[in-house]
Every structure is written in structure tokens, then in C-alpha cells.
Design a protein around this ligand. Structure first.
Ligand code: SF4
Ligand code: SF4
Length: 357
């Protein structure tokens, strides 16, 4: 199987509907070049991603000629009893009798306990034994330490999908590099999502862009090949939204070459430029949240603010902090006494409330 997969979360749209004709062309070109991996999920494009892949791929190609991944997303089930009907609904939406890869979606300390309470992993293992899933895995958004906990507790997990890109390799919150190390330690092959970091690594600052493009290769080329160059990574996904984007990506992934030493050095220079932006020096140690009476999501808020500083607000996914948002800080100052980095947390939160609000 080739190591480049088609993420189906940002398909081209036409008047509020998926542009089916364009997706058919994208699927055809992808398959023609020998790529076979497609990744969808029930919530993608409000359920339209699954239906589109049924029409553009499943109904037009023999089942054994492609590899289809889908996910169990927490917003669609509340109890153990709801998991199997949801799974059947997803099979039906995609028009298949089995999924090659099936993932517990977006696992983190916020979502994982619910999957445990509902026996989601155990049900996944049963579905695998019944032949309805070929490989059971998870997609992950938390620290390396938390990934280690899940992999220890759930040995039925066969593979892990992680956020992995050169900008986040050493990032305190995303911990790309450390998460990959955990996958390797547990012998779990990794799939990469967001190698271009939601477009931010394509739309780089001019100085950084020049370093990469002066070598005759695009920023996307560097970002995707970077992710695919590490041992333990067997698949890199890209959420492609046009035939043009797909053509560009398959041109450099069809005869994949890992980054050369010179290319890794060019990426290091780009990372230096991104890292030179002044950010909040939060290490995500979470000492502050242990003492905060309002349970403000301080490290996550700072991570979001740092991403905005580095990549611009348009490239940053801003989560819902709800009650834990910066505007709910009562300025008691307890967090600042606990912070080993001596961050002026109250001032930073006030700034964050203005920008994120
Ligand atoms: S100053 Fe704000 S963030 Fe810090 S501990 Fe008090 S309420 Fe929490
Ligand atoms: S204590 Fe300071 S460094 Fe640690 S998570 Fe909180 S703000 Fe970040």
C-alpha cells in the first residue's frame, strides 16, 4: 500500500453540496496512480463525506481495490447500546460491509473516559472478530504520556493516528515527536493527520517560504514528505479540496523519496523562523490548573494563542473553552504563584479573551 492517503473532510463544495463530479475525478486520478487509502468520519461535512465516498469510490470500484477508514465519534453515541447501530449506519452510509481501518475518534483525556464507560474499544474488538473491521485503532489529540496510558490499557489498538508536522515536533502541547516515540515503543504503526497543519505550513511567512521554494519544491511537498520520512509512520493523510491540489500532492508522493539531509536542514531553518516569533513560554506543565478555582484551561488557551502568533488566526482551529475560557478568570493570581515559568498569566488571559472572544 502506498504511504499517502486521501482525507475526506474538506472535499470540494458546490452550492452547499459536495462537488461530486470533481470528487469522482479526484478519486480516479488517485486510484490511477496506485493510491488506495481513503479516510472519512461520520461528522465530516455533516455526514456528506461518507455519502460522497460511497458514490465516488465504493459504487465505482471493486471493494478489494481500495482501503477505507471510518471512525467512532463521541458526539453520536451516549451509551454502549448506541455504538453498534451507529457503526451499522456508517457501513450503510459508505455502502460497504466492512471497514479496513476503524478508529476511536479524537481520543484525549476529555473523550477517552466516555469510550471506556461505553466499552467502545471492546465493541471494536468484537466487530473485528466478526470481520466488520480489519484493523482497530484510534486518532489522538493529547500528550504522549496520555497516549501511553491508553495503549497500556487497550492492547487491542493496532495503530494510532497522530498530528505530526515539523512545526509541532517539539511543541509542548501537541508533542508530535514524543507521540511518535510512544507509538514506536508500543510497536503501533502510525498514521499522520494534518501534515500541513491545516494549511499553515503551505502559507508560511515569506522568508520561510523562500527557503523552501528556492529549492524548486513547494511548501506542501516539504511538509508532507517530512511527515512520511520517519520510521514508524506508514501513512500520511492530506485533506484535499481540489483536483489541482491532489495532482500536486500525488506528483511528489507517487515515487516517494524521504527528505534528504539538505532538505531536513531547510526545514530546520523554517522551524527556526517560526520559533523566533515571541510566544508565551508555557511548557504545559499544568501546575496552574491544579490551583485555579475556576479551572481555566490555561495551557490550552496559551497553546492556541501561540499558534495564532506563529501562523495567523486564519490557520488556527480555535476550540470551545466554555466555562474554562479566559473571560472567566477572576484574577485571583493563584496560578501565577504556581507557574515555574513566571508567566504573567492574568495579563495573557486578558489578551486571550480579547482575541479569542
Ligand atoms: S488568576 Fe484566573 S486563571 Fe489564575 S488561578 Fe485565578 S482564576 Fe485561575
Ligand atoms: S504553570 Fe505556567 S508553564 Fe505550567 S501550564 Fe501553567 S502557565 Fe504553562
Amino acid at each position: 500500500m502506498k504511504n499517502f492517503g486521501f482525507g475526506l473532510m474538506r472535499l470540494p463544495m458546490l452550492g452547499g453540496e459536495v462537488d461530486i463530479e470533481q470528487v469522482k475525478k479526484m478519486v480516479d486520478r488517485f486510484m490511477e496512480e496506485g493510491f488506495t487509502y481513503f479516510d472519512t468520519a461520520h461528522p465530516y461535512i455533516g455526514g456528506k463525506s461518507e455519502l460522497a465516498i460511497r458514490e465516488c469510490l465504493v459504487e465505482r470500484y471493486p471493494r478489494e481495490s481500495f482501503v477505507l477508514a471510518d471512525k467512532l465519534s463521541s458526539s453520536f453515541f451516549k451509551t454502549e447500546e448506541e455504538i453498534r447501530p451507529l457503526f451499522e449506519k456508517e457501513l450503510e452510509a459508505c455502502g460497504v460491509e466492512y471497514f479496513d481501518y476503524f478508529l476511536m475518534h479524537s481520543q484525549s483525556r476529555n473523550s477517552y473516559p466516555k469510550y471506556c464507560d461505553c466499552r467502545a474499544y471492546e465493541i471494536g474488538a468484537e466487530l473485528k472478530a466478526e470481520g466488520k473491521i480489519k484493523h482497530l485503532g484510534l486518532s489522538f489529540h493529547d500528550t504522549a504520556e496520555y497516549l501511553e496510558k491508553i495503549l497500556t490499557e487497550k492492547p487491542m489498538v493496532e495503530f494510532v493516528q497522530i498530528q505530526f508536522n515539523y512545526a509541532d515536533y517539539d511543541d509542548a502541547e501537541n508533542q508530535s515527536g514524543k507521540c511518535l516515540e510512544v507509538c514506536r515503543k508500543f510497536g503501533k504503526p502510525a498514521i499522520v493527520m494534518e501534515p500541513v497543519r491545516g494549511g499553515a505550513l503551505v502559507d508560511l511567512p515569506a522568508e520561510a517560504k523562500e527557503i523552501l521554494e528556492s529549492t524548486g519544491k513547494s511548501c506542501a511537498n516539504y511538509a508532507i514528505r517530512y511527515a512520511a520520512s520517519f520510521d514508524g509512520i506508514f501513512m500520511v493523510l492530506s485533506g484535499m479540496s481540489s483536483l489541482e491540489q491532489l495532482e500536486e500532492n500525488i506528483a511528489f508522493m507517487k515515487d516517494f523519496e524521504p527528505l534528504s539531509e539538505e532538505e531536513f536542514a531547510a526545514v530546520d531553518k523554517v522551524r527556526e523562523i517560526l520559533d523566533s516569533v515571541e510566544t508565551i513560554p508555557c511548557t504545559a506543565c499544568k501546575y496552574c490548573t491544579e490551583v485555579c478555582p475556576k479551572n481555566i484551561a490555561i495551557p490550552s488557551i496559551f497553546s492556541t494563542m501561540n499558534e495564532i502568533k506563529r501562523f495567523g488566526k486564519e490557520h488556527v482551529w480555535i476550540g470551545e473553552f466554555g466555562e474554562r475560557g479566559p473571560e472567566n478568570c477572576i484574577k485571583c493570581g493563584k496560578c501565577e504563584k504556581a507557574c515555574p515559568q513566571r508567566i504573567a498569566i492574568r495579563d495573557e488571559l486578558a489578551e486571550a479573551a480579547k482575541i479569542l472572544g
